[in-house]
Design a protein around this ligand. Structure first.
Ligand code: SAM
Ligand code: SF4
Length: 476
């Protein structure tokens, strides 16, 4: 049987023997890079020319402190985002499957020593109930989240993924299931891959070894190397769609951004494919945990770092979650965030309870955006974004979709944007109140004007009509 646990005899081998994170190297680059105006502009220019930035170039942007230069960085990120992603924003929801945990991560409400936390593991029928609720809201993409516990074996995880895919409620279905779970051994990763997962996501939390060891007080997660090599094992098992992340507020954000870029470099150079997504959650209050860190990231630094990440890795999806309040989400959507959650409820079995107030003893941390999916959709449409539930690339086996978006001419216009419109139309037909429906179709009409290729436009209009007439799951 496969395991999420490494044998005690586990030795970090070959490729990963020396972690690809070299703190001295990162600090040397950060400390010796001068952000003079010309250099900053040169780096921005390289990014706009569709080059992924090196660590040195990323450090140039990180070190820029002049408000005018920061503004230029943000403007460039906006421009690049428009070019690479168009107006689409991908929507998803998290679903917590179980909060049992053997680890003691100081910042997490689920940590083993937190006796106040009410421990819950969803049974298959309970998963079905939650998924039905999510489908009734209009969701098509979920990320399943798990604590780290012997009970949550790869087989258990694979079973929960299959259970989610099996639910077809009304016109609803979940077309892509991503997971955020503890790193496994290669055999374990093969088991979850076979269940048809989309992205396997795992955050290193902090790339600084010393801090890592301090905040991960006990448990398997204390092993920095086991975690940082997790995505290498996922790749060895054939999972090439992975997400990385850092939990901001544990250590200097400048180092963490460099760590993330280094992680991207590593995956690209060894496996020829970078991560599909990067997450950069800011740490929030949790049961028995209050933020008291000199490393807390201010709103100004946060918005700047999102713009820098956009410029540094133009073809990697950037995820922002309901940990952030709506006003921050609005701002960073402009600079490069490409995926957000909507209608999020992180209480265990929370989607059937629908409580407005969070109960921190049954949740991992405090969230700051409690809007329903429809409120988020409305807001996006009002701002001219096309909310997308598209899962076409994944299901058409067009892997490395973000790379294609970036490198294949016309890809966004021919695939992503139309598929976003088609999934929006499904939402408008099946789940939206009248006001949203009217606004949503007006937005689709507006975007149709951009298509001057009559043959393609006719095909797209035809599919939109077929959706109005009851067909579902049409995509390019
Ligand atoms: N147990 C798995 C693990 O640790 O990898 C699953 C992940 S956990 C349920 C999801 C993520 O939530 C963690 O990787 C961490 O970055 C984040 N998280 C934990 N506590 C948090 C807090 N207080 N504020 C914000 N994010 C937090
Ligand atoms: Fe457990 Fe993950 Fe929370 Fe750590 S972050 S205590 S591993 S659920």
């Amino acid at each position: 049987m496969s395991s999420i646990y490494h044998p005690e005899t586990y030795k970090i081998k070959d490729v990963a023997q020396q972690s690809f994170i070299d703190s001295d190297e990162i600090w040397e680059i950060l400390n010796n890079t001068k952000p003079d105006r010309e250099l900053v502009r040169k780096v921005i220019g390289r990014s706009l020319d569709k080059h992924r930035l090196s660590l040195q170039e990323t450090a140039v942007l990180i070190n820029a402190t002049d408000p005018d230069l920061i503004q230029e960085i943000k403007e460039a990120a906006k421009e690049l985002k428009e070019r690479v992603y168009g107006k689409r924003i991908v929507l998803f929801a998290p679903l917590y499957i179980g909060n049992l945990c053997v680890n003691n991560c100081a910042y997490c409400g689920f940590r083993a020593d937190n006796k106040k936390q009410v421990r819950v593991t969803l049974s298959d029928p309970e998963i079905v109930e939650q998924v039905k609720e999510l489908q009734d809201d209009g969701h098509k993409r979920l990320i399943l989240v798990y604590g780290e516990h012997p009970k949550y074996s790869p087989e258990f995880i694979a079973n929960s993924v299959r259970t989610v895919y099996s639910v077809k409620h009304g016109k609803g279905e979940i077309r892509r299931v991503n997971i955020n779970a503890a790193p496994m051994d290669i055999e374990g990763f093969k088991v979850v891959k076979d269940a048809g997962i989309g992205t396997y996501q795992i955050f290193q939390e902090t790339y600084d070894r010393k801090t890592y060891s301090e905040v991960h007080i006990s448990g398997i997660k204390k092993n920095y190397d086991w975690r940082i090599t997790g995505l290498d094992r996922a790749q060895e098992a054939g999972i090439d769609d992975v997400g990385i992340g850092a939990l901001l507020g544990l250590y200097d954000w400048r180092f963490e951004v460099m760590g993330l870029i280094r992680h991207v470099n590593h995956l690209e150079s060894v496996y020829n494919v970078g991560p599909h997504t990067i997450s950069f959650p800011r740490i929030k209050e949790a049961s028995g945990y209050s933020i008291n860190s000199s490393y807390a990231v201010s709103d100004d630094d946060f918005t700047k770092l999102v713009a820098i990440l956009r410029l540094a890795v133009p073809y990697t999806g950037l995820i922002l979650t309901a940990r952030e309040p709506a006003y921050i989400r609005d701002e960073v959507l402009q600079y490069g965030v490409s995926q957000i959650d909507g209608g999020t409820n992180i209480e265990m079995k929370g989607y059937t309870k629908r409580k407005e107030q969070q109960n921190i003893e049954t949740e991992q941390f405090v969230i700051n955006d409690n809007r329903s999916l429809n409120e988020v959709m409305n807001d996006l449409v009002d701002k001219g974004y096309i909310p997308s539930f598209c899962t076409a690339c994944y299901r058409s086996k067009r892997t490395g979709e973000h790379f294609m978006e970036f490198s294949v001419p016309g890809f966004i216009k021919r695939f992503c944007q139309p598929n976003a419109m088609l999934t929006l139309a499904e939402y408008l037909e099946d789940y939206a109140p009248v006001v949203t429906k009217e606004k949503g179709y007006a937005l689709i009409e507006e975007n149709l004007k951009e298509y001057d290729d009559d043959r393609f436009k006719t095909k797209l209009i035809d599919r939109l009509e077929r959706i109005k007439n009851g067909e579902r799951d049409l995509y390019f």
